[in-house]
Design a protein around this ligand. Structure first.
Ligand SMILES: [Cu+2]
Length: 219
């Protein structure tokens, strides 16, 4: 609990350091076309007040192939991250990753990746292949052998990119205060709307309606 004394000290110190950048936590609620919470939407904040863009640190992540699905179905990862594909099914998968949406149509042959993963035999280790994500942008995952398999990787060059949870909520921390651009992306979005702008203040909560109507998975 913050005592009054501590709060006063904080206020005084912030007055003494007028040049220190202040950061805020932003809470974004994303809604589907039907007004229900939209999960797996990627919320990206690009501060306009930062003269030097801040590059996010690369991460390591795993995407499983499990029961004919990519798990997680949507991943948000910084440029330079390494993804390990792990096939936990007993049959083969031939995974491909291509730039998502219209960009994919004009992308060169080296814009994506393709990998073959043997099925897991009983008592054996699962087949794994590592892929490094070299450029920013949304990628769609598919499988040459199973056309129903679909997944997404949102490769971000902003450190402020988070996907919404099952309640359609995204929380972005340590965002510089001031003007910022707001993007909302979803794998089932047909056309990405133009980014909006917002002013980030110490308390920022907003709701973003979209035209996305995801196919709900049957329970
Ligand atoms: Cu497959």
């Amino acid at each position: 609990m913050t005592s009054r004394a501590t709060l006063a000290t904080l206020l005084v110190s912030s007055l003494l350091m007028p040049l220190a950048a202040t950061a805020a936590t932003i809470q974004v609620a994303v809604l589907a076309r039907d007004g229900l919470p939209l999960a797996d939407a990627v919320v990206v904040i690009e501060p306009l007040t930062v003269s030097q863009p801040v590059a996010p640190l690369p991460a390591q992540a795993t995407i499983q192939q499990l029961k004919m699905q990519f798990v997680p179905g949507t991943s948000v990862l910084p440029v330079g991250s390494r993804v390990r594909f792990v096939n936990l099914d007993s049959w083969d998968h031939h995974v491909r990753g291509v730039p998502a949406g219209l960009t994919g149509l004009n992308a060169g042959p080296d814009a994506g990746f393709e990998l073959r993963l043997d099925g897991q035999a009983a008592g054996k280790d699962a087949a794994v292949v590592d892929v490094t994500l070299t450029r920013a942008g949304a990628m769609q995952l598919g499988c040459h052998l199973h056309s129903s398999m679909r997944g997404f990787i949102f490769v971000t060059d902003s450190p402020w990119a988070v996907k919404t949870d099952a309640q359609g909520m995204a929380m972005l921390r340590d965002v510089p205060e001031g003007a910022a651009r707001l993007r909302v992306w979803h794998g089932e979005q047909i056309v990405e709307p133009a980014p909006g702008t917002l002013t980030v203040t110490s308390v920022t909560a907003l709701t973003v309606p979209t035209q996305v109507q995801p196919r709900r998975r049957r329970p």
